[in-house]
Design a protein around this ligand. Structure first.
Ligand SMILES: Cc1cc2nc3c(=O)[nH]c(=O)nc-3n(C[C@H](O)[C@H](O)[C@H](O)COP(=O)(O)OP(=O)(O)OC[C@H]3O[C@@H](n4cnc5c(N)ncnc54)[C@H](O)[C@@H]3O)c2cc1C
Length: 344
């Protein structure tokens, strides 16, 4: 398909897709209801190769991380903003049982090359290859670029595209007076994709983050023990994130603030001062894998979503998968990420 593509939503998914289409010379328009509700605005953008309470390598991290690193470097050069920030990450175990589990895994080589028996220190394990990606900088710089080039249509939050605003036919998708060969929904936890792809068993999880001041750790250091803390310049740090299943509101709670402040002090090893708090909503499927592909009955409607807690790692590769589908309509999406897998 040599297409004109409508990208709905300019979070991480919509932004990475737009950048890949632009470089490939595919015509596109991004329609954005702003970033106020974007998970990508709140996210720390942490890429952590060893995750989960059972200490496992992030799914496909060995394959996805080099693609992510190369893509963010390319986009940094294109947009003139620094996106990829390497981290010295130490993950602490929470108790002796967890320590025993980790030591067994390290001895078996399960976490190599990101952690090995040589990475163990007094309280945990140094994890190689961690980084944080500056997602707000990526979104802001891409929006500016597309604004200047007439590629961005900006809507008020309450003016979000609704299903009834899109007209589908076998040949095209129409929105207002504009006609497109395809529309790709990159709407995160917004209603549109959840409605049009309502047969997928999506789940939401609210997350809150806290900025702190007075952190004694050097910039570029990160510590994780369930919650993680990323130290920035001048004693600033970010700590997060809470995880509340089945919540999709953006309210800031006093409980989350108190918990994150206590965690920040534990991880920083001393008193810190609470700063700004923020909240966002993650969207995921039960198998915790993203979804990319076409709607089963509306062939010109696609989805790029359910990025869960690992969008920074997955989105660059998935944007390439979508770019290839936009260039060649016969291209198939990976079965395990496809709409038809049913999310089981
Ligand atoms: C607290 C928190 C911490 C996180 N930390 C990390 C982390 O450290 N590392 C990591 O990899 N991931 C993290 N994540 C997850 C990460 O944020 C997501 O995986 C990713 O940002 C989702 O990107 P997205 O583009 O799918 O959705 P979003 O970023 O939510 O973007 C969707 C966009 O679409 C717009 N939109 C929605 N509906 C419409 C419509 N109808 N019309 C027009 N526009 C519309 C919205 O306004 C929004 O701007 C975190 C998430 C949260 C909430």
């Amino acid at each position: 398909m040599s297409a004109r593509v409508l990208i709905v939503g300019q979070g991480l998914a919509g932004t990475t897709l737009g950048l890949e289409l632009e470089v490939a010379g595919v015509d596109f328009v991004v329609v954005s209801a702003g970033h106020e509700r974007a998970a990508s605005r709140v996210a720390a953008g942490l890429i952590n190769p060893v995750t989960g309470q059972r200490w496992v390598k992030s799914t496909r991290v060995e394959e996805l991380r080099p693609i992510a690193r190369e893509s963010y470097a390319r986009w940094s050069a294109l947009l003139g903003v620094e996106l990829w920030h390497p981290l010295q990450l130490t993950r602490w175990w929470r108790n002796e049982a967890e320590r025993a589990l980790v030591e067994r895994k390290l001895a078996a080589g399960d976490l190599a090359p990101f952690a090995t028996a040589a990475s163990v220190n007094e309280r945990g394990v140094g994890i190689e290859g961690a980084a944080w990606v500056d997602l707000p900088a990526l979104l802001g710089a891409a929006a500016q670029r597309w604004r200047e080039r007439g590629k961005l249509r900006e809507l008020a939050l309450e003016g979000e595209i609704a299903a009834a605003d899109l007209d589908f036919s076998a040949e095209a998708v129409e929105w207002g007076r504009e006609r497109f060969d395809a529309a790709v929904l990159c709407t995160g936890s917004g209603r549109l994709a959840r409605e049009l792809f309502g047969f997928l068993p999506f789940a939401t999880a609210k997350g809150e983050m806290l900025a702190v001041r007075g952190c004694p750790l050097p910039a570029g250091t990160a510590v994780s023990r369930g919650t993680w803390l990323i130290a920035g310049a001048g004693g600033t740090a970010r700590v997060g994130a809470t995880y509340e299943r089945d919540r999709e509101d953006f309210t800031l709670s006093a409980e989350a603030r108190a918990r994150l402040l206590a965690d920040a002090e534990m991880l920083a090893g001393g008193a810190v001062e609470a700063g700004g708090q923020s909240a966002g909503v993650r969207l995921s499927l039960p198998d915790r894998r993203p979804v990319v592909g076409w709607h089963p009955t509306r062939p010109r409607l696609g989805i790029f979503g359910a990025l869960g807690s690992k969008g920074a790692l997955w989105a660059p590769w998935l944007a390439q998968v979508w770019r290839d589908a936009a260039l060649d309509a016969t291209k198939r999406f990976p079965v395990e990420l496809s709409v038809g897998r049913g999310g089981k």
